[in-house]
Design a protein around this ligand. Structure first.
Ligand code: GAP
Length: 518
């Protein structure tokens, strides 16, 4: 097994063992691609949301926040294009009854040919050693040329089929290249058909199509339909933004990578309304600003990259992803989209209500253009956890077997900021003092009091949930009121008074440490 998938398995197990994430309805064997956040998971998720919200709303006087309802008038989704165009091509394997996305099967097949090219180059490199001219070999090897031509033919057919929504052609590609079920190798496929990803439900007192409601597949539309309400009530002037954090729902066909692709998830979206013609300037601005936000967390630059979209969504004139290197490779973490005036114009058409803004400087009315930043909260959680979780040799210990699992979260994100641990759990005076310290600190921070094991075990547990500070209370405290504070990453220990302790912790765990870098 590769190191990457080892790390991913460990991460999933760690999330469950330490109360970060549980499978939804586990007692009934779970519900696929739906997850519950446990005590530490919900704290971490809240901290991530706070980091996003503060950097957007608190730190911009021209961005305001809203909290729109999940249910919206059904016409919303007609106007946005989701009823007609929010589809994935679906295919079933008749033998295994497993369901796949036809586009992903074809892309997976192409990736395999690309891997063959890399394998061949690596073999040639080994064979010819220092005489090897890699660029020449890549350009001239007949075998490699064959692979490349194959890829080009498949991708040309695939791109046109996707553009034309030609399901028959997608099936023909799968048949022509004998693409098999990755799990079983079976090639016994159904036809390909379009599948709409929106979940629907029924309004209680109205039967039939008229009462059909959708669970929102993106939070953005709640912002678009409130655009004028917000602009008028807050007297914002273009350019200005509206931010929102909330649940979104998609009936994903393939959802097999833990919380990466879920059927119920949370988005943090911001729509920035600009003058028509200025959208590319703001697109560049938000592209830079959002990358800075990610880097401020301490994620190494080589784990993050931009990926420009080749095929633009129906509403966009420019789009890119910020990708993160998850344990299973680089994948989309956040989308930056220049959405033109598509959404506001469509809502204007279907509702019959004006969505125009009067620009006092230009003395004219127009429908603003929109640049959107859209990040999945759960994906951000997964990225943060996968970077933070390390198995390392205990600092200062020579024995390589002496390892610990430690969650190196930024202190501002850590679920618990301070753990208060009595050095002797049978010594009443120490326990009483430790509980009093816990009570005092919990006025300011999320704290934990723990006396359920030896001090070594308690430290390991706090390392595993990412607690930046452990405070031990011992006999010396009874004499002089000091405690020992241990820092999670360096394991350095300091003897300090309680007042000093509060100051040290307050400074390090304050969200402003992060926000100052944004
Ligand atoms: N309003 C634009 C929009 O929704 P998107 O690229 O479809 O764009 C934005 O989604 C972000 O939402 C993605 O970058 C991803 O982080 C997150 N996301 C999308 N589908 C998801 C899913 N099924 N599970 C978890 N997160 C998802």
């Amino acid at each position: 097994m590769s190191q990457q998938s080892d790390h991913f398995k460990k991460l999933v197990a760690h999330c469950k063992e330490y109360g970060f994430i549980y499978q939804s309805s586990e007692v009934y064997d779970g519900l696929a691609a739906v997850y519950d956040y446990g005590p530490y998971g919900s704290e971490l998720k809240n901290n991530l949301k706070q980091y996003w919200w503060k950097s957007m709303v608190q730190m911009h006087d021209n961005i305001v926040g809203i909290d729109a309802a999940i249910f919206m008038h059904p016409k919303t989704w007609k106007a946005s294009g989701h009823v007609d165009a929010f589809n994935d091509p679906l295919i079933d394997n008749k033998d295994t009854k497993r369901r796949y996305r036809a586009d992903q099967l074809i892309e997976g097949f192409v990736e395999k040919i690309e891997a063959k090219i890399e394998k061949d180059v690596a073999k040639a490199k080994k064979r010819f050693k220092e005489n090897f001219d890699e660029a020449k070999y890549r350009a001239e090897s007949p075998k490699l040329q064959g692979y490349k031509e194959n890829i080009k033919t498949i991708m040309d057919r695939f791109t046109s089929a996707m553009k034309a929504e030609d399901m028959v052609e997608l099936k023909a590609i799968i048949d022509d290249y004998e693409i098999a079920d990755p799990e079983s190798g079976s090639r016994n496929w159904t036809d390909v058909r379009m599948f709409n990803l929106m979940f629907s439900t029924q309004l209680g007192n109205i039967a039939g199509e008229e009462g059909k409601l959708y669970l929102r597949p993106e939070t953005a539309q709640g912002i678009f339909v409130n655009f004028l309400n917000v602009q008028k009530t807050t007297r914002q002037k273009v350019p200005f933004g509206i931010a929102q954090i909330g649940k979104a729902f998609r009936n994903e066909i393939v959802a097999r990578q833990f919380i990466f692709r879920m059927r119920e998830f949370e988005q943090m979206e911001m729509q920035f309304f600009v003058q028509p013609g200025e959208e590319m300037k703001w697109y560049e601005y938000w592209k830079e600003a959002r990358m800075k936000w990610h880097l401020a967390l301490g994620h190494p630059a080589e784990k993050l990259r931009y990926h420009d979209h080749d095929n633009l969504a129906h509403y966009a004139n420019a789009a890119l992803d910020i990708e993160f290197e998850f344990p299973f490779g680089f994948r989309e973490l956040e989308g930056i989209h220049s959405r033109t005036d598509f959404d506001l114009t469509e809502h204007q058409k279907l509702s019959g209500k004006k969505m125009q803004y009067f620009d006092p400087q230009r003395n004219e009315n127009y429908v603003p253009y929109v640049v959107e930043t859209s990040i999945g909260c759960d994906r951000m959680f997964l990225a943060t956890m996968s970077h933070a979780l390390r198995t390392e040799q205990v600092p200062g210990q020579d024995d390589p077997k002496n390892t610990r699992d430690v969650l190196k979260l930024h202190p501002a994100l850590a679920p618990i900021k301070v753990a208060v641990l009595p050095l002797k759990r049978n010594e009443e005076r120490i326990v009483k003092a430790a509980k009093a310290i816990y009570k005092r600190l919990s006025l300011s921070f999320n704290c934990q009091y723990d006396d359920t094991g030896s001090i070594g075990k308690l430290y390991r547990r706090q390392d595993a949930i990412g607690t930046p500070y452990c405070v031990t209370v011992d006999f010396e405290h009874l004499d002089d009121g000091t405690v020992t504070i241990r820092e999670r990453d360096s394991l350095e220990q300091q003897r300090v008074s309680i007042d000093e302790l509060e100051k040290i912790v307050a400074e390090r765990v304050d969200m402003k440490q992060l926000l100052a870098k944004v």
